[in-house]
Write a protein that binds this ligand. Structure first.
Ligand SMILES: [Fe+2]
Length: 300
């Protein structure tokens, strides 16, 4: 029976749990151990794998005070060549050091024959893809000794020959492999606009119990398409979809990503606070007062 990743009781004290992406530009601020309102951080796995330097030191410092999720960009779970054993070994070592409450990556492939293109490339949604990825999920979960989350990615073309919709494929993958989904609401919206489908169809098709984490971010409107840049605040249309999703998923950890034109930490914190407010609107005001105090003291 699939086991769902769940936060440790000691890590998560109260709900809702809104985290932010850990970025190098915020190290000097976080190093001073300020009081923040964020519940947890998500760290890009590859930035800390096979490292003994300042990045790993910072991650361990932050881990003293916050739960950490590890989020990879190079697992390449959909590559027909399979997952690289050396990569898995390094990820397992990082897992053992950091004790993350979530390990995730993307539903994509990133290259072939040891050439990493550093791009999250789309896959055809077919039975052949599904069988291949289920086999790789099994390999990864056995190597890591835990379940993983896979994220729906933004795409700018649709590979031919798909026999599933994206949401049908994600649902089948999670149900048949035992992994859980990292549901990126911004990516869903970007794809809905770029490929002309109703985002509600996607949103409502994924059962809550298959979702292990939610991502929020801002895209860039390129005129003829939306580009997933993570360089802006979350757009109102994405907040609306998030509101619809969180209404039925109160226990799912939520994360705000910001990777380009990164603002000062308190602005990122305030963005996370918006997610918390939407959670509160649906599920009650569990810890608003303490968060408001923290935000006021940080000057946000
Ligand atoms: Fe994401």
């Amino acid at each position: 029976m699939p086991i769902r990743n769940s936060p440790k009781q000691t890590d998560f004290i109260s709900r809702p749990q809104i985290g932010v992406g850990l970025r190098k530009t915020h190290y000097p601020y976080l190093e001073t151990k300020p009081q923040t309102s964020v519940g947890w951080f998500e760290a890009v796995s590859e930035n800390y794998m096979d490292s003994e330097g300042r990045p790993l030191h910072m991650l361990q410092l932050i881990r003293e005070d916050y739960p950490i999720a590890l989020h990879g960009v190079s697992l390449s779970i959909a590559s027909a060549e399979g997952v690289r054993p050396e990569y898995l070994k390094q990820l397992k070592q990082l897992k053992d050091r950091i004790d993350p409450f979530i390990i995730s990556d993307h539903l994509c492939w990133t290259g072939l024959q040891n050439a990493n293109l550093h791009d999250l490339l789309p896959i055809p949604f077919t039975d052949e893809s599904l069988r291949c990825i289920i086999k790789h999920v099994d390999q990864v979960q056995n190597a890591l000794g835990c379940h993983i989350l896979l994220e729906n990615v933004s795409t700018y073309l649709q590979p031919p020959d798909s026999t599933y919709t994206e949401w049908e494929f994600l649902k089948a993958l999670a149900e048949q492999s035992g992994c859980r989904l990292l549901f990126d609401v911004n990516n869903l919206y970007v794809n809905a606009k770029n490929h002309h489908f109703d985002p509600i169809l996607f949103l409502d098709a994924i059962p809550t119990e298959l979702i292990g984490q939610i991502h929020l971010a801002g895209y860039t409107d390129m005129g003829t398409y939306l580009f997933d840049t993570h360089s802006k605040p979350v757009y109102p249309e994405v907040w609306e979809l998030f509101s619809r999703l969180i209404a039925r998923a109160p226990d799912v950890p939520v994360l705000v990503e910001w990777d380009d034109d990164i603002p000062e930490f308190p602005i990122l914190e305030a963005e996370a606070q918006k997610a918390r407010q939407i959670w509160n609107d649906h599920h009650g005001r569990t810890d608003t007062e303490s968060i408001s105090t923290a935000l006021l003291s940080s000057g946000a």
